[in-house]
Design a binder for this molecule. Structure first.
Ligand code: HEM
Length: 114
């Protein structure tokens, strides 16, 4: 049953939130790589330097989490809607969350520890 505090509703909110974050990132990405065309090489270089700072690196890690969740959950939604997955009470939300966290932490550890 569809309830406000159901796992399905949480997955829907997270899917929409990460989808919108990806759209925002795409726009920001196009704008930043266009700085060379719009304002010249010097501005592009200073923007790229800024983007290499730790605060932007943290944003990169957050973005990776969004991509991961959105892709895995999108796959889950499509497979469930097609009826290609055996019935499960959580509709495979648990494995999607667990895999997202595991891969995200693993990739984060590799990125930070080198
Ligand atoms: C592997 C890549 C991706 C997969 C498998 C995927 C899958 C999906 C699916 C299945 C939905 C519909 C969800 C539903 O009906 O409940 C959806 C919605 C959406 N996706 Fe993706 N997507 C992917 C990549 C992207 C990217 C790269 C962006 C942004 C640039 C994006 C933005 C959105 C947005 C904004 C929605 C609408 C969310 C809503 O209104 O609830 N997606 N995606």
């Amino acid at each position: 049953m569809w309830r406000v505090y159901s796992i399905q509703n949480l997955m829907f909110i997270l899917h929409r939130g990460t989808g919108l974050a990806l759209v925002a990132y795409l726009i920001a990405h196009i704008l930043t790589i266009s700085t060379a065309l719009l304002w010249g090489g010097a501005v592009f270089t200073s923007v790229m330097k800024k983007l290499a700072e730790p605060s932007f690196m943290a944003l990169d890690i957050a973005l990776f989490g969004c991509v991961l969740f959105h892709a895995l959950n999108g796959l889950r939604v499509m497979l469930n809607e097609r009826g290609w997955l055996p019935e499960r009470s959580d509709g495979y939300a648990g494995p999607v969350i667990a895999t997202t966290i595991a891969v995200w932490l693993g990739a984060g550890a590799v990125a930070i520890l080198g």
